[in-house]
Design a protein around this ligand. Structure first.
Ligand code: ADP
Ligand code: ZN
Length: 520
């Protein structure tokens, strides 16, 4: 059967061989196994259900939230000789019925459905009676409450599958799944752990950079100018900021577009179209922009602010270089970004448990900004890959400063945290360490602690940044919530006992490296 699949790959798409993961997924499906596929953006997920749809006798349902993409996908499929159709909210009831009728008569191999359709029980019942061979669930992380984009209508999918008389194969697909989310998806869709096919998450053509303390406007302006023959996306955390940057670049006569939730759908479509056809060079956008943009030659993604979590970050950054060409992903970090994201989480109206979950994810994102190890490896580790190799091209991989032993400094911090009973945040801990005399310190009598003023020679900012580094390296942990307190970890206990060393890239050379780095 897999030989037949290969022939179809050649015949319809003109490709000679499958990409990693594709063959295993297709083989599973052809044997009727419920399967989950985790592949990076651009990895070739669509072919995993499109080819089986050509082999199966019945229809393949594709559940996808990307309504704006459906029409294009269906047009492309019809063009390569795969009869397809979509059903979503852009159709009238009459059109829906017409399509369903043709579906019953076996006119289509592939039918794309927006998940919202499943909220109508009558719709589920109608589908139940059809000969469905495969159900493909795109963006399957939307099924999990712990994912970053939970969609309640996805919860209807198990119900739909149960109603299908034809006992179809099932395929869940996503590009962003943590081990927690994978478990959720597998249990909801009854996929055996052994049928989870995961190809590497690594995007070899992307180089990641985190820059701190730069003048962001100036940096962005220079970067966009320097890359004026390239397509790029600039992401901001808020609409207001997107508007401001749009004005700023526009005043410099840069071909800039904007995209955010405050614009009407007509304006947004127009901007997207112009971007796709290279009439716009750079798009300034909030996270509203992306789900479904299919532009392959985006050469850079610049995050003007830190996004809310690693999942969103990797998805957004991953819109660069879908054509496989070398591309840059740059994040401009400032400590205020954390507060903006905390505010957005507070305003989100989520339940307390889900808010806590969001705070945990935000902390991981912050750690990404403070780590001094490979950035790509940090992301892969977050998504559950075991011992990822350094990428060799990110900000930290190309930073060849010497490493120094900072164990003694770390011990000072840890014993101070211990003396303060692990009940206070970064600001107060660093104030105690540098011996500052704030009101709060006297209130708690912290000036009487033996660790008070232990790091007098440093500024509070330096100590605070050192603590960020210790958190990012898991020597310290932060509690969840709006006012996180610093806590010791197993690693810090070992350091205090003298059984583990703490190392860090040398401070003094930092500026020299910065000046010679091509990104500055
Ligand atoms: P994803 O949905 O995982 O982001 P797509 O399904 O859109 O990725 O595929 C990305 C690109 O890779 C498409 O242009 C697709 O035609 C191409 N592609 C997929 N599979 C193969 C293959 N086996 N050989 C070569 N190109 C492929
Ligand atoms: Zn790296």
């Amino acid at each position: 059967m897999i030989a037949q699949a290969k022939n179809l790959l050649k015949q319809h798409y003109g490709y000679d061989s499958f990409r990693p993961g594709q063959e295993k997924i297709i083989d599973n499906l052809l044997h009727g196994r419920r399967t989950m596929g985790i592949m990076p953006t651009g990895g070739g997920k669509s072919i995993c259900y499109q080819i089986p749809s050509l082999i199966f006798p019945g229809v393949t349902l594709v559940i996808s939230p990307l309504i704006s993409l459906m029409k294009d996908q269906v047009d492309e499929l019809n063009a390569v000789g795969i009869p397809s159709v979509y059903i979503n909210s852009s159709l009238t009831a009459q059109e829906v019925n017409q399509r369903l009728a043709l579906m019953k008569q076996g006119h289509y191999q592939l039918v794309y459905i927006a998940p919202e359709r499943l909220e109508a029980p009558s719709f589920i019942n109608t589908l139940g009676g059809l000969n469905v061979s495969l159900v493909a669930v795109d963006e399957a992380h939307c099924l999990s409450q712990w994912g970053h984009d939970f969609r309640p209508s996805y919860m209807r999918i198990p119900e739909l599958i149960a109603k299908l008389h034809s006992n179809p194969a099932v395929l869940a697909l996503t590009a962003t799944s943590t081990p927690e989310v994978t478990k959720d998806i597998c249990s909801a869709l009854e996929v055996d752990q052994e049928h989870v096919v995961q190809t590497g998450f690594a995007r070899e053509n992307l180089s990641f950079h985190v820059l701190k303390g730069v003048d962001r406007d100036a940096y962005m302006r220079d970067y966009v100018r320097k890359n004026n023959d390239q397509s790029g996306i600039i992401y901001t955390a808020t609409r207001k900021e997107a508007e401001r940057l749009f004005q700023l670049l526009d005043s410099l006569e840069i071909r800039v577009g904007k995209y955010h939730g405050g614009m009407n759908s007509h304006e947004r479509e127009e901007m997207q179209e112009k971007f796709v056809y290279d009439e716009i060079q750079v798009m300034v956008a909030t996270n509203a922009f992306g789900m479904g943009i299919n532009k392959s030659n985006v050469r850079y993604v610049l995050h003007y602010q830190m996004p809310r979590n690693i999942e969103s970050y990797y998805q957004e950054a991953g819109r660069a270089g879908r054509d496989g060409g070398e591309s840059e992903c740059i994040l401009l970090f400032s400590a205020q970004d954390i507060r903006i994201q905390q505010f957005l989480i507070e305003q989100s109206g989520l339940s307390d448990t889900r808010k806590e979950n969001e705070y945990r994810k935000l902390q991981a994102m912050t750690n990404f900004c403070h780590t001094e190890n490979c950035l790509q490896a940090f992301i892969l580790d977050y998504f559950g890959e075991t011992s990822p190799e350094p990428c060799g091209k990110c900000h930290h991989c190309v930073d060849d400063r010497d490493v120094e032993d900072v164990t003694r400094d770390a011990q000072m911090v840890f014993s101070c945290v211990k003396r303060m009973r692990e009940r206070f945040g970064k600001t107060l801990v660093s104030q105690v360490l540098v011996g500052s005399s704030s009101k709060k310190i006297h209130e708690f009598s912290f000036h009487k602690l033996s660790t008070y003023g232990l790091m007098k020679g440093k500024t509070q900012k330096e100590v605070s940044q050192f603590i960020d580094y210790l958190i990012a390296s898991q020597f310290l942990a932060l509690s969840d919530g709006t006012y996180p307190v610093i806590q010791l970890t197993e690693k810090s206990a070992l350091v205090l006992k003298g059984e583990l060393k703490v190392e860090r890239k040398q401070e003094r050379q930092r500026k020299i490296v910065a000046a010679s780095h091509p990104l500055f």
